[in-house]
Design a protein. Structure first.
Length: 171
């Protein structure tokens, strides 16, 4: 017969118990911390999430532009996938700008990973994001190279115009 002590002291089991104890400790202490700075943490998380989302949109956009400017021609199946991903992300993107994340102050040192460079005006750009999402969706459904290239070009203009209006520089 195996004793309970023996089971608890196995190396893998011991690690599980230690991790479990740390989780319980963290959960037990979280109400104290959450009442103090929960809204600041939520704002930082939203900013971080939108930076990740925008980076992924940018990566997919780079793929589309490389594809549409290449001498090799357009791989419509692959291009439509990238455009579809962008379309879905653009539909979610405006929802990551709650008013609590509006931290813009000129000449303030910011953490580029967790703080925002978004203009305060940005917090009302749902229509622009929806229009860009529709353009990306049209590209994701294009059946001809020419149509696909046209929609990708329109999408670039939509992205650039939004960045021009809403992306603040560090200066």
């Amino acid at each position: 017969m195996v004793s309970v002590t023996h089971l608890l002291l196995r190396p893998g089991r011991r690690m599980s118990i230690m991790i479990g104890a740390l989780v319980l400790l963290a959960v037990g202490m979280s109400p104290m911390a959450s009442s103090q700075d929960q809204s600041a943490t939520i704002a930082k998380d939203a900013i971080f999430a939108r930076k990740i989302l925008m980076d992924t949109i940018g990566t997919n956009m780079d793929e589309l532009e490389a594809m549409t400017t290449s001498d090799k021609g357009v791989n419509l199946a692959e291009g439509r996938e990238h455009a579809d991903v962008i379309s879905v992300m653009l539909m979610a993107f405006p929802h990551l700008f709650p008013a609590t994340t509006n931290q813009w102050k000129p000449d303030v040192k910011r953490d580029p990973g967790r703080d925002t460079y978004a203009s305060p005006d940005l917090f009302s750009f749902y229509a622009r994001a929806a229009a860009a999402a529709k353009t990306a969706y049209r590209a994701s459904r294009a059946q001809q190279d020419g149509d696909f290239k046209t929609y990708v070009g329109e999408l670039r203009v939509a992205c650039d115009s939004c960045h021009g209006l809403y992306l603040k520089s560090d200066q």
